[in-house]
Design a protein around this ligand. Sequence first.
Ligand code: ADP
Length: 251
Amino acid sequence: MAEIKEEKINNLEQAHLDFISTVSHELRTPLTSIRGFADTLLSSYDRLTPEQREKFLHIIKDQSNRLINLVENLLTVSKMQSEKELLIYKSVDVLPFIDSAIQMIKNQYKTHKYICNYEKNLPKILVDTDKFQQILLNLIDNASKYSNESSTVEIKVSQNYAKNTVIIAIKDEGIGISPEDINKIFNKFSRIDSPLTRKIQGNGLGLYITKTLVEKMNGKISVESSPKGSEFEIEFKIATPEDNAIKKIKE
Ligand code: ADP
């Protein structure tokens, strides 16, 4: 019994050490790049062309954004694991949340096309609205960033009458995920290592956060993919009439 306990503690410690080592690596890479380019600008400012200066400043800005995203994601992971986090459930219509997520993402991916296919008279669902928005942003952002410029992202919303749920499907025409990799993508810090994904910025926390949040709200997430693109589906229970009152549920 004592041995099993000790093994569990060792595994936990190992997971902790792995986590610290991955986070340190993820922090060090952009920081090294920021320091390197800032050093070059300071030491060789007069010898650089205006184009070179601008290019280096853009790299510094991009790498700073990468750090901000990482820190925000780490804070979300830490909050998700904290006992104290409250989910504030509300009964809401799905479509305004999707429209607002698309509006936000469109600013970043100006040449992508976003097609919406909504079933009529959709019922409300019961979710924490901030978390629901974050889930939609993560999935629509991934659909956009792992696909070519000018490609189409389709968002379908329908009702599953048998299961009493609403299903949101986000389909892209992107690089796809191979069958060997598809089970790994929801793990913490998991990125698919390929020449295509290496060019795209990310820290491998988005889908881990997304899946954890969906499941915390008693929803389901699934994915299907081929070399022609991927389709992520999230599913939430329809709100009952009693749910229409705001509820605070402790996790
Ligand atoms: P990030 O995008 O920050 O790397 P995520 O956790 O959101 O992290 O995704 C994990 C990995 O899953 C990505 O690095 C990518 O390899 C793969 N992936 C996620 N969404 C898609 C998608 N829509 N199409 C292709 N690959 C995807």
